[in-house]
Design a protein around this ligand. Structure first.
Ligand SMILES: [Zn+2]
Length: 347
């Protein structure tokens, strides 16, 4: 696919990096065992969850749980106060991205142990050391630490079809994120970080050749490790498009990343830097078909098409400090509606 100076990280390298960061991953296939574990954890932990599926599932199984209303710094403060009030020893993030991000920052600020229980594999930020939180109404990225333990309830993941598709699309978005780094290395002379590149590639390959949920889990952990310094190798032009499109719609993060990835990859076809950028669109279409996520992207693309008229100016304002395709092409001069119609005709 892309011509890069390193191959995907090996199993041994991933294991060594995971150990270096002190992250334990535990898979749970039996709900009975999982529920017992929750009960045990509940004795000394504060659970952070929300009012969605995760909060309902948790019910009153644990003594101390905060149900957050939003992923905001105010909710982090509320969790910290609750942590002291109940005299907890560790923080458990239970659910999707929002409660896990609030739990990450709560544990980090308090200097306490963080355990995460992602109830669905909906995106690759589950195992990253960063939290994306609202402060003053705007999303900001906060540096936190890695979880000490990630408990994967496989029996729940198996039932989360839409979230699995979203996770696959989020991981595959790294193809254009990597293309952006390669573009930047040619245009601005940005130095490549081979460790992060190889971990990001591993995630992409695992998902492209996915046989079961353990490959998606592996990809998510690889990407979490690839984001040790920052999200550069897992978040580029496609995530900037996602940030613009996520303002109004009710789609999952990865679903919109899937749309952003195709928009970006489509434009890469006409570039001539010689790192294989002209091939990524077709490669992604094929990968989407194999993973049966092409229909999801088609549906989301048609849902967001009314918003595409404004995409150009909005893209210009998102994260200009990170060099991506939108720093090279002028997004205001791109007819995104036309491109989306062309993509829809081949999807
Ligand atoms: Zn993402």
């Amino acid at each position: 696919m892309l011509e890069v100076p390193v191959s995907a990280a090996t199993d041994e390298f991933l294991e060594a990096e995971r150990r270096r960061e002190g992250i334990k991953v535990r898979r749970r296939f039996s709900e009975k065992r999982f529920l017992k574990e929750l009960k045990d954890l509940g004795r000394f932990s504060l659970f952070v969850t929300d009012d969605g599926f995760a909060g309902n599932y948790l019910g009153d199984r644990v003594r101390n749980a905060v149900r957050i209303k939003s992923e905001s710094v105010e909710e982090v403060t509320r969790c910290k106060l609750e942590f002291f009030r109940v005299r907890a020893l560790s923080v458990v993030g239970f659910g999707g991205g929002r409660p896990i991000d609030v739990a990450k920052k709560t544990a980090w600020d308090l200097g306490k142990k963080l355990i995460t229980v992602p109830t669905a594999p909906s995106h690759n930020g589950i195992a990253s050391p960063t939290a994306s939180l609202l402060e003053g109404g705007r999303k900001k990225s906060f540096r936190c630490g890695y979880p000490r333990k990630i408990i994967v309830p496989v029996f729940l993941w198996k039932t989360a079809e839409r979230h699995v598709a979203s996770g696959i699309l989020d991981v595959l978005g790294s193809v254009t994120a990597i293309a952006d780094v390669l573009l930047s290395s040619r245009v601005t002379g940005e130095k490549l970080r081979l460790r992060d590149l190889s971990l990001s590639l591993r995630g992409v390959e695992k998902v492209a050749e996915m046989k079961g949920l353990e490959d998606l889990e592996d990809a998510i952990i690889s990407h979490g490790l690839a984001m040790k310094e920052d999200s550069r190798y897992c978040s580029g032009s496609e995530h900037e498009a996602e940030k613009c499109l996520s303002k109004k719609s009710g789609h999952l993060h990865g679903e919109l990343v899937g749309v952003g990835t195709l928009l970006s990859a489509y434009l890469y076809r006409d570039l001539k830097f010689g790192f294989g950028e002209e091939k990524i669109f077709d490669w992604l279409l094929e990968a989407y078909r194999r993973r049966k996520v092409d229909r999801t992207v088609r549906k989301v693309l048609s849902d967001v098409s009314p918003e595409l008229g404004n995409l150009g100016p909005e893209l210009k304002a998102v994260r200009p400090e990170r060099f991506t395709l939108w720093n090279y092409l002028d997004p205001e001069k791109i007819d995104f509606r036309k491109i989306s119609r062309e993509i829809e005709s081949v999807l």
